[in-house]
Design a protein around this ligand. Structure first.
Ligand code: C2E
Ligand code: MG
Ligand code: MG
Ligand code: MG
Length: 286
């Protein structure tokens, strides 16, 4: 351990002192365990999709598919706990495909139910998944196989998509848009090139991140930023939806400034497929 500490201290450079502490070992062990668990989870089909309703005024317009991992010992894990590892190990590719397939199968099931036939579904796409050369063909093939109208699928991209692949990104979005698939820029404003993306990408929707929505009523800066995002999106002919809306007051503020579409605990937390169906039934299909 002492040698290791010395090695780490040297490796980190001549002007810095860094001791390798036992906490770091624990962290590394936890990561190795998680990554080996992740691999098994894939074989054991431990992933599930939950669906968070999206509203527009009084109407439910669709949902966002959010993946969870039903861990045998640790219970239901949120994506922030495993998506980064899935990205690193490459598991995100089969997982991302599974998410798309499951989401499209769900869309097909809703389309057969008159109480849910109009619903759209938004699916998060990770950068590594989007960068695959055959991403467009994959999405079209999955839609086709499920027999789903492409106009009901909305893909959510985050700002971490590689900047140097801008031409490739635009080509892929355009190809899928030509078939009817919609695109949303997720977590808008939290990345470092938001406006650049807005300028270059042929998007349909901008999602205001919950980071700005949370304190919109108490923090004047947040209020200004939210108003500016709505104005910007609408001036560019884009639709805008707010995430993380938890109170009527937040919803009202957003609506007063031109953003009627929202998603958050106020309407509903993410639900299992069965719970989502009950939720729609209770609302009388609207
Ligand atoms: P996101 O796309 O920004 O999703 C919104 C997150 O906010 C979700 O967390 C949702 O449960 C949470 N949320 C919803 N309403 C509220 C609210 O009123 N208040 C608060 N405080 N939070 C709310 P979740 O499900 O843990 O997902 C976290 C992130 O993981 C997502 O952020 C998305 O970036 C990523 N993710 C989820 N599913 C997938 C997937 O299938 N593929 C990929 N690549 N990423 C995914
Ligand atoms: Mg999202
Ligand atoms: Mg988001
Ligand atoms: Mg977010």
């Amino acid at each position: 351990q002492a040698d290791l500490a010395m090695y780490q201290a040297k490796a980190s450079g001549r002007n810095s002192i860094c001791f390798f502490n036992p906490g770091m070992q624990v962290e590394m062990d936890a990561r190795v365990v998680l990554e080996s668990d992740l691999h098994k989870s894939w074989e054991r089909n431990e992933f599930v999709l939950h669906y968070q309703p999206q509203g527009d005024g009084q109407r439910v317009i669709g949902a966002e598919a959010l993946v969870r991992w039903q861990h045998p010992r640790r219970g239901l894990l949120s994506p922030s706990e495993f998506i980064p590892h899935a990205e690193e190990t490459g598991l995100i590719l089969p997982l991302g495909t599974w998410v798309l397939e499951t989401a499209c199968a769900q869309l097909a099931a809703w389309a057969r139910d008159p109480a849910m036939a109009w619903l759209n579904l938004a699916v998060n796409v990770s950068p590594r998944q989007f960068c695959q050369p055959d991403f467009v063909e994959q999405v079209l093939c999955i839609l086709d196989h499920a027999g789903v109208n492409p106009q009901k699928l909305k893909l959510e991209l985050t700002e971490s998509l590689l900047l140097n692949n801008m031409d490739d990104t635009i080509t892929k979005i355009a190809a899928l848009k030509a078939r009817g698939v919609g695109f949303a820029l997720d977590d808008f404003g939290t990345g470092y090139s938001s406006l650049y993306y807005l300028k270059c990408l042929p998007l349909d929707w901008v999602k205001i991140d919950q980071f700005f929505v949370r304190d919109v009523l108490t923090n004047p800066n947040d209020a200004t930023i939210v108003r500016a995002i709505i104005l910007l999106a609408r001036s560019m002919g884009l639709e805008v939806i707010a995430e993380g809306v938890e109170t009527e007051a937040q919803k009202l503020f957003l609506a007063q400034h031109g953003c009627n579409a929202y998603q958050g605990y106020l309407l509903s937390p993410p639900l299992s497929s069965g719970q989502f169906q009950e939720f729609m039934q209770q609302r009388g299909g609207g």
